[in-house]
Design a binder for this molecule. Structure first.
Ligand code: PRX
Length: 662
């Protein structure tokens, strides 16, 4: 059950500052004049939401057209376009080629070392057909799950679409996750085939991936085949009979493949995300509704036009990569940029060089990246021609007004609208965002729901709050790209999202409606942190820490951080006999940080670990995270009267020195 404590990602001061934000950015005239979404669109969707979504289904090519829109007779299990049949890959590829757009570039791929490759829709279609044929050879049938653990290279997109073409749900695992995290996901989803690469380029060097797969598979005997792309050419061990090279299979397969149509509710993919317990949740997305939802929102939110060059600067391992690097843009026949590496390799102007080179017109990025660019300085982007940009997007966490205004001014030349898109792995598609042709943009506000989406902010009792008040963000009506369940766990699906408020989807976020009814996101209200736009569960990291033989107990909190939004701060009690003297303290801290990286992945490494002798607990034994957060953020301590032993806090504070490791 989610706790009812107040959202903590934004302090009271920040909150009132936010709401006193007076700056407004109306849409550029030209954009407004030809905008995809207008006030009439909202009126149309409000008048008949179902008819609105029935109309959007026409964006997609169906083998057999749906006659139903939504079936909500058995909530919370929705069916969308249930009697329609389609093939997702056909919608992303073949139909554009058939329409004469085969020579249009689907991806400008930019490798970190500077290699680049333009891939047209015709070429991508052929490669996906080859991969689909090769996967069939490897024994993949409709319904089988395939894990994809890859760097940001075109073969990752090809693999995803080949799975979709075969009706084999893909389970993409972020390449930065550890072997253990990969194994857990493979086991939970009963995967039998894994697609990976020898490695990828990051921060200027080749970083191996395949060894993590080998390590993971020691505990996954069900995996029969591993398909390996050669990206870096580094020495790679291949297991006889299990591992095959992409070049020896996919590259040699036939470029012809007839896509089969699947029911709209056929599973498309599972994507794992952190919840408020230790075990990641397998979010299940299905085919028809997801494709309609992502293609519509990609077109609406970014005011997409045929000649746009679109760049989602997110990894394919996250939902943003799925919805707005693969499915939305490809369903819309868009030209996209795909970049393999980090923003400062080989120099801090790399992104702007790419925007300049490909004349990117829409850029979609995370606030943490924007804040990093702010730190590096406006003179870096100024060296490049960014005049092609016309819409800027933000995703993953609340964007603070300073970052919003900096982004608009220094990247968008003070002319581009900034669309702050609120959504989740679970929602599959944008749910709240300014529409660039109509919104009077407010820095820091996600504004109002997408046409056809029904959002509210409610109080503890589930009653809608008045304008000017805050509460919990909920979704009142089903939407096409919504998750259908958690893989293999319907009950957890109901408990997690549908039990807090009767008949409503609870998103786990706090939000506020301002005087105009526009929505401001305030961060998570559960034990989920948002670090650089990545979702992390406090419990998951606590479990990782406690799995270290020297740790007796651990408490993890998310502390406000200037660059990453929140940062992971851990408090640990060592097992008896494990006390550390001051100079050894650093060793154990380093060891524990590496241990977490090994268990989950480097992105989960705590910024700070404090070795303490006690943790503050309530009389009923619950750890008081609020107090720990106060310490982690160096605030004055909050109320300690419910503490079992208030001297604990002084003890903890005394132990703080020297615990940080940057
Ligand atoms: O807390 C919200 C935050 O990210 C969470 C969803 O995380 P994830 O499923 O990993 O998806 C990230 C990419 C969609 C949400 O519950 N979040 C996402 N976008 C925003 C946001 N918070 C505020 N403003 C946003 N635009």
């Amino acid at each position: 059950m989610p706790s009812t404590r107040r959202p903590y990602a934004v302090s009271d001061d920040a909150l009132s500052n936010l709401l006193h934000e007076e700056r407004r950015f109306p849409p550029p005239e030209e954009l407004a004049a030809s905008a995809n979404v207008t006030e009439e669109t909202f009126a149309e969707a409000d008048a008949d939401r179902e008819a609105f979504w029935a109309k959007q289904a026409e964006r997609i090519s169906w083998e057999s057209k749906p006659t139903q829109t939504v079936d909500w007779s058995n909530p919370p299990f929705a069916k969308w376009y249930a009697d329609g049949t389609l093939n997702a890959a056909y919608n992303c590829l073949d139909r554009h080629v058939e329409a004469g757009k085969g020579d249009k570039v689907a991806f400008h791929f930019e490798g970190e070392p500077g290699d680049s490759r333009d891939i047209t829709y015709a070429e991508l279609t052929k490669e996906v057909c080859q991969a689909a044929n090769a996967l069939t050879e490897l024994g993949v049938d409709a319904g089988d799950r395939v894990a994809i653990y890859m760097p940001m290279i075109p073969e990752a997109v090809v693999s995803i679409l080949a799975c979709a073409r075969l009706g084999a749900p893909h389970v993409v695992v972020f390449g930065g996750f550890s072997a253990d995290a990969l194994a857990t996901r493979i086991q939970d989803c009963e995967v039998e085939v894994v697609i990976t690469a020898d490695g990828g380029y990051r921060r200027g060097s080749a970083s191996a991936l395949k060894p993590a797969v080998d390590e993971a598979l020691k505990s996954c005997p069900e995996v029969k085949k591993v398909l390996v792309v050669k990206r870096t050419g580094q020495e790679t061990e291949m297991v006889e009979g299990r591992d095959v090279w992409w070049d020896d299979t996919v590259a040699k397969a036939s470029t012809e493949h007839t896509p089969q149509a699947f029911e709209a509710e056929h599973p498309l993919y599972v994507m794992y995300t952190s919840g408020s317990t230790g075990k990641p949740k397998g979010i299940l997305h299905t085919t028809g509704g997801y494709l309609v939802g992502t293609s519509y929102t990609h077109w609406a939110t970014f005011d997409l036009k045929d000649n746009d060059v679109f760049w989602t600067a997110a990894d394919i391992g996250w939902v943003t990569g799925h919805s707005y690097l693969v499915y939305g843009p490809l369903a819309n026949g868009t030209t996209s940029v795909m970049y393999e590496g980090t923003p400062d390799t080989p120099h801090q102007g790399r992104w702007w060089e790419i925007v300049d080179k490909y004349k990117v017109s829409i850029l979609y990025a995370a606030p943490t990246a924007i804040r990093t660019f702010m730190k590096w300085g406006a003179e870096i982007p100024q060296k490049y021609d960014l005049s092609s940009l016309r819409v800027l997007g933000s995703v993953g966490e609340p964007i603070n007004p300073e970052a919003y205004v900096w982004y608009r001014k220094n990247i968008g030349g003070d002319r581009t609208p900034v669309v702050d898109t609120w959504w989740q792995t679970e929602t599959g598609m944008h749910m709240i965002s300014p529409m660039p042709g109509v919104a009077n943009g407010k820095p820091g506000a996600a504004m109002r729901p997408i046409p056809g989406v029904s959002i509210d902010v409610v109080n503890d009792e589930g009653k809608s709050v008045e304008n000017g008040h805050g509460g919990y963000l909920v979704i009142r009506e089903p939407w096409p790209a919504m998750l259908r369940t958690l893989w293999g766990d319907d009950q957890r699906f109901i408990d997690t999202y549908w039990s807090r408020f009767e008949g409503m989807y609870f998103a786990g976020d706090g939000a506020k409606k301002d005087e105009d009814g526009d929505i401001w996101l305030l961060g998570r209200v559960d034990d989920v942190m948002n670090v650089s736009g990545h979702r992390m569960s406090t419990t998951e990291i606590e479990s990782a820490l406690v799995s270290h033989p020297r740790v007796a107990e651990a408490a993890v909190v998310g502390a406000t951080d200037e660059t990453t939004g929140q940062a992971i701060v851990a408090f640990v009690i060592l097992r008896s006999g494990g006390e550390v003297d001051a100079d050894k303290g650093a060793d154990i801290v380093a060891e524990l940080r590496n241990h977490v990286a090994k268990e989950i992945g480097p992105i989960a490494k705590p910024r700070q670990i404090m070795v303490v002798e006690e943790l503050p607990k309530t009389r009923s034994g619950k750890i008081m995270r609020r107090l720990l957060r106060d310490i982690a953020e160096n605030r004055e301590l909050g109320d300690v009267t419910t503490l079992q032993d208030s001297s604990v806090m002084n003890l903890i504070k005394d132990n703080m020195a020297g615990s940080r490791e940057d």
